[in-house]
Design a protein. Structure first.
Ligand SMILES: NC(=O)c1ccc[n+]([C@@H]2O[C@H](COP(=O)([O-])OP(=O)(O)OC[C@H]3O[C@@H](n4cnc5c(N)ncnc54)[C@H](OP(=O)(O)O)[C@@H]3O)[C@@H](O)[C@H]2O)c1
Length: 326
């Protein structure tokens, strides 16, 4: 049987790389679009066997070029998303609303079999966040333009190549005290990247008739629980202090001036809302596809790099000390 062609946007990211491996191993061909083939080409290329992957460099505003890719595709998957805005047109509106709307229109015009779009959990509630509002507007546009779309709303996604656990373990290494936004009580349902890409493959290979699916992990953890688990795993003791909102907001205002901000005011607003199943939509558990990988067990497999002597630890391996102690 002829392998189907999946057109993937955002394939160089955490979820994209894992997904390319999963789909191509299962005999699907992928066409991966990136903004910069020189920077990202090598990483993308190594995720699949030759013959199963094509990499195309394109700006997401280059509709002519994107149309040509739709001509030879059966499925479209959009994984493009940003956490903060920057110049050059990378606004939340362009990335989360305008671009997904264009993809949905093209899916209809070129009669694709399905369109899978990655949105985010909790966006109905976080009305004061621009990130959430534009993701929600994007979803509405997609549903309006292409009825065969499936929207996935994951909670926070973790893996050894995330920007979440790895960044927190680096910060926990460096900072003697760590701020707890909203007293650390915000709830999450972390899902492992591999469980999420299993869900995407399951959807592509089964008849799933749910347009919005909330993708959650097997447990609910507060922000404070997550930090405590990470501290335990990297074997560090740090003071976790509740950070009053005005102070947190002021520091975010400063951080968002940096090219790669640690936190922005918009993210701070988002953090106020729980990131767990809403009860209003089906979850992967309802589809009969529960996620299994638990936060502690999985992070344990890669946290050693942040433990004492590890590559990312502030305490480097001291050979002389080890010899002296023998
Ligand atoms: N990770 C999470 O915890 C999480 C949680 C909820 C929802 N999501 C959603 O899931 C999706 C994928 O997440 P991820 O963690 O894999 O993201 P990621 O690692 O940050 O990757 C994002 C991808 O978006 C592309 N991209 C970013 N800005 C772009 C722009 N201006 N133009 C074109 N492409 C751009 C990048 O592609 P190139 O640089 O190659 O062009 C990159 O491959 C996103 O929509 C995200 O909002 C993620």
């Amino acid at each position: 049987m002829k392998a189907k062609n999946c057109l993937i946007f955002g394939g160089s990211g955490q979820i994209g790389s894992n997904l390319i491996r999963k789909l191509t191993k299962n005999n699907l061909r992928v066409i991966v679009v990136t903004r910069n083939i020189h920077q990202k080409g090598l990483k993308i290329k190594t995720q699949a066997n030759a013959g199963y992957i094509d990499i195309v460099e394109s700006d997401i505003h280059d509709e002519e070029k994107i149309r040509k890719l739709f001509e030879k595709s059966d499925i479209c998957i959009n994984l493009i998303g940003i956490l903060y805005e920057n110049k050059k047109g990378n606004t939340f509106k362009n990335i989360h609303t305008v671009f997904p709307a264009l993809l949905a229109k093209l899916c209809k015009q070129y009669d694709l079999e399905s369109f899978i779009h990655l949105s985010a959990l909790g966006i109905n509630e976080a009305k004061d966040s621009k990130y959430a509002k534009t993701k929600l507007d994007g979803e509405k546009e997609i549903i309006r333009n292409f009825s065969k779309s499936i929207i996935l709303r994951p909670s926070v996604v973790f893996s050894r190549s995330d920007n979440f656990t790895t960044q927190f373990m680096t910060l926990l290494n460096r900072l003697p005290i760590f701020p707890l936004y909203y007293s650390g009580e915000t709830k999450f349902s972390p899902i492992h990247c591999s469980d999420l890409t299993d869900i995407i493959y399951y959807i592509l290979s089964h008849d799933v008739n749910s347009q919005i699916i909330e993708c959650i992990g097997p447990e609910v953890l507060t922000f404070k629980d997550i930090l405590k688990i990470l501290l335990d795993l990297i074997d560090k003791k740090r003071i976790l202090i509740p950070f009053p909102f005005p102070l947190a907001n002021l520091s975010a205002k400063f951080f968002q001036l940096l090219p790669k901000p640690l936190i922005t005011q918009d993210q701070l607003r988002l953090l106020k809302y729980d990131n767990v199943a809403s009860g209003k939509y089906k979850t992967n558990f309802d589809l009969g596809f529960p996620s299994k990988l638990r936060f502690y067990d999985e992070v344990k497999k890669y946290c050693y790099m942040w433990r004492s002597g590890g590559q990312f630890s502030t305490e480097k391996y001291d050979f002389k000390k080890v010899v002296k102690n023998k």
